[in-house]
Design a protein around this ligand. Structure first.
Ligand code: C2E
Ligand code: MG
Ligand code: MG
Ligand code: MG
Length: 272
């Protein structure tokens, strides 16, 4: 009957949906345990001086060493952490690891700056400043050696206290960068209102540089006017690096130099 086929159609539609819900619940449960079981690890990708080829710093990028699935990248679990609110606990862990790493590297005579990604929910959290202050104090890290990466949408959104939060973060000594620039509004004039020191040009932009050339050159000259430092992300080929160099861009990250790697491998690479 029509009623029956209608119900079947509904069942067919609902099955994958139910599975998705089930998978999501399993992921949430696994993620909760992952923190206490210490399955997360920070990888570090070198941030390199274009002119000298020297490593100036590292971006901390989280990995999940899953007992069955191996190394899992952040795109597979950060969105779930964000929607459940788990990101605040995870973000504290990330910041604490990075802060301790900065202290350890300084003790070993490595003058490296570490940049840390913040998610929208972390940035909106009214406790953000207290959380960061507590971790800085406990770890004795140097905020001047820590950079916080935000995205454009986090700055240009409706959050009422964006400017105050950034001013407070600056007063605490952190530097602020805008990540993934070139993928969103790319509104430099607007960004100029905020106390930002570094602009990270997104890898999709760098990798499609031929098509983006006029806009790219405009971005670079505006950054110079605004005294913003530029980091080119996702540099994979010598041709891309040549363009970056020709533009006078100071720093880059990318597979051409190195992929993100565990702390020990990073140090070995820096010392080499
Ligand atoms: P992102 O902050 O823009 O980080 C750069 C991403 O580009 C990283 O991916 C990095 O591995 C990748 N990458 C670097 N060089 C190249 C290259 O030459 N070619 C290509 N194709 N890719 C390159 P990853 O590690 O998978 O991280 C993805 C995103 O996850 C990050 O994008 C960031 O938004 C987020 N994320 C990573 N770690 C954290 C964290 O600790 N907290 C938060 N909230 N988000 C994080
Ligand atoms: Mg980043
Ligand atoms: Mg980026
Ligand atoms: Mg990002």
């Amino acid at each position: 009957s029509a009623k029956e086929s209608g119900r079947n159609a509904l069942n067919i539609f609902e099955l994958p949906m139910a599975q998705r819900v089930q998978q999501r619940l399993e992921l949430e449960t696994e993620l909760r345990h992952a923190l206490t079981r210490q399955e997360f690890e920070l990888y570090y990708q070198p941030r390199v001086d274009v002119a000298t080829g020297l490593v100036r710093g590292a971006e901390a990028l989280i990995r999940w060493n899953h007992p069955l699935r191996g190394v899992v990248g952040p795109d597979a679990f950060i969105p779930t952490c964000e929607s459940t609110g788990m990101i605040n606990a995870l973000g504290d862990w990330v910041f604490e690891q990075a802060a301790r790493q900065q202290v350890q590297w300084a003790r070993e005579g490595l003058d490296l700056k570490i940049s840390i990604n913040l998610s929208p929910r972390q940035f909106r959290d009214p406790e953000l400043l207290n959380r960061l202050a507590r971790i800085v104090t406990a770890s004795a890290a140097q905020p001047a050696r820590l950079e916080l990466e935000l995205t454009e949408s986090m700055l240009l959104g409706v959050a009422p206290h964006t400017h105050e939060t950034l001013d407070d973060l600056r007063r605490m000594g952190f530097s602020i960068s805008v990540d993934d620039f070139g993928t969103g509004y790319s509104n430099l004039a607007y960004l100029n209102r905020f106390p930002i020191q570094v602009l990270k040009v997104d890898k999709t932009f760098v990798q499609d540089i031929e098509a983006n050339l006029p806009v790219a050159e405009l971005i670079v000259s505006m950054c110079r006017l605004m005294q913003l430092h530029i980091v080119a992300e996702g540099v994979e080929t010598p041709a891309q690096l040549a363009w970056v160099q020709a533009q006078g861009i100071e720093q880059y990250q990318g597979y051409l130099f190195a992929k993100p790697m565990p702390a020990a491998a990073f140090v070995a690479r820096v010392r080499a």
